[in-house]
Unconditional design. Structure first.
Ligand code: TA6
Length: 297
């Protein structure tokens, strides 16, 4: 596992066979002002491009520091390895977002090789002001019954639709925010016979994104054909921004596991599968090399 202080981005996660499980673009730039294209970027304090500051917020384009003395976490898991990182606003950030906060992130590897990301965001405003934010790992929700799930189509002005198809096929650009989703999502890579399972807590929504061919060409730090090898599935809190009063803290948790697909057979309902022809996932975001997104009930 590799974690950059720049953006607190997990840019590499390998299984016991040394196979890379996360997508990072060959054109990714690992320094400001651009966020690293791939890995697990963190979107905070906003998901999207509203307001007077940068798209998907600034957490993904700031240099984090190692948190030497984090408050204890209520975790029963033992880890193979972990690191605690912290982000506080710099003077310059106040002109974009006039709030004080402490954003603590634990990135951990379990003995079985899973990744756990725990975000803790605390309002440290001294003037008594509350704030709200939206959040995403560019990935815990259980996606049940995708055929009836509501989503906001970001390609159609965030209009609300209900998923009609039994399966979602990737044949063109997809940029959807599924709202109020369950806490467990599976993404199946048929080619590699591998299933990624994402558990999320504190993030009710999930974004599914693939730029497809035309947009891929228009994104400077994205290879022309890389859309065939990635899918961005992002556990997120978007529809209802999270309110925090001074002194209050929000916790979001994501657990990501990659298992041989046979482990999941029998649990997967074929009617609730998102099929991908060539690609693709991003827990807002995790970028993974996959070919199918599916749900487990
Ligand atoms: O999460 C999906 C999305 O917001 C898309 O709309 C798409 O533009 C993508 O993220 C990438 O955004 P970025 O700012 O990293 O270029």
């Amino acid at each position: 596992m590799q974690v950059y202080l720049y953006g607190a981005n997990v840019t590499s996660w390998k299984n016991d066979h040394g196979e890379e499980l996360l997508f990072v673009s060959s054109k990714a730039v690992f320094k400001p002002p651009k966020a690293i294209r791939g890995g697990i970027p963190i979107c905070f304090p906003q998901v999207g491009g509203l307001g007077n500051f940068e798209q998907h917020g600034f957490a993904r384009t700031r240099v984090w520091t190692i948190d030497q003395n984090p408050p204890p976490l209520q975790e029963s898991n033992s880890y193979r390895a972990f690191v605690d990182l912290i982000l506080r606003p710099s003077e310059g950030d106040f002109k974009f977002w006039p709030h004080s906060y402490e954003f603590r992130l634990r990135v951990a590897l379990t003995p079985g090789g899973d990744i756990i990301l725990i975000s803790r965001i605390r309002n440290t405003n001294r003037d008594g002001k509350p704030f709200t934010f939206t959040y995403a790992f560019h990935t815990e929700v259980r996606v049940e019954g995708l055929e009836t799930m509501d989503y906001l189509d970001n390609l159609k002005g965030k209009e609300r639709f209900t998923e009609q198809a039994d399966a979602l096929t990737f044949e063109s650009e997809v940029d959807k925010t599924y709202v109020s989703t369950p806490n467990k999502i599976a993404i199946i890579d048929h080619e590699k016979k591998r299933t990624y399972v994402v558990w999320k807590e504190g993030m009710p929504d999930a974004v599914v994104w693939n730029p497809w061919d035309k947009k891929a060409k228009a994104i400077a730090d994205f290879g022309d054909d890389e859309y065939k090898h990635m899918l961005c599935v992002e556990p997120a809190a978007i529809e209802d921004p999270i309110p925090l009063k001074p002194g209050e803290e929000w916790t979001g948790r994501m657990h990501l596991s990659a298992v041989p697909s046979s482990y999941c057979s029998g649990q997967l309902d074929p009617k609730r599968v998102l099929y991908g022809t060539n690609c693709c996932i991003y827990l807002i975001a995790v970028w993974q090399r996959v070919s199918t997104v599916s749900s487990i009930t």
